[in-house]
Design a protein around this ligand. Structure first.
Ligand code: SF4
Length: 99
């Protein structure tokens, strides 16, 4: 998981805590273009990773996408300008094939 856009906002983190949850992130190693995607197509690899991610809730809690105009994938959803993008039927189908 790229670290630069992830800044604690709503929650106070213990020293080093942000790195602890990020080491468990299922999207580790994906290109930034997938994690910080603007389109569903670009986001598919990250959304697939979210399906098996053990830190999904923590990801959304720390990133707080609705509070900072976030663009990209967090907590299993694609966000654009801090709002969740409603998945298209094509995205649903692609994620079901991958499951
Ligand atoms: S929930 Fe998705 S975006 Fe967040 S750390 Fe897990 S795989 Fe990455």
């Amino acid at each position: 998981m790229p670290t630069s856009p992830y800044r604690p906002s709503r929650v106070d983190l213990a020293p080093g805590e942000h790195t602890d949850w990020q080491t468990s992130a299922a999207c580790t190693g994906l290109p930034p273009s997938a994690v910080f995607a603007r389109t569903e197509r670009e986001a598919l690899p990250a959304l697939r990773a979210c399906e098996r991610c053990p830190v999904r809730a923590r990801c959304e809690e720390v990133v707080a996408p609705a509070e900072n105009w976030f663009d990209g994938v967090s907590g299993g959803r694609l966000w654009r300008n801090g709002r969740p993008v409603q998945p298209s039927s094509a995205t649903h189908a692609a994620l079901e094939v991958a499951a």
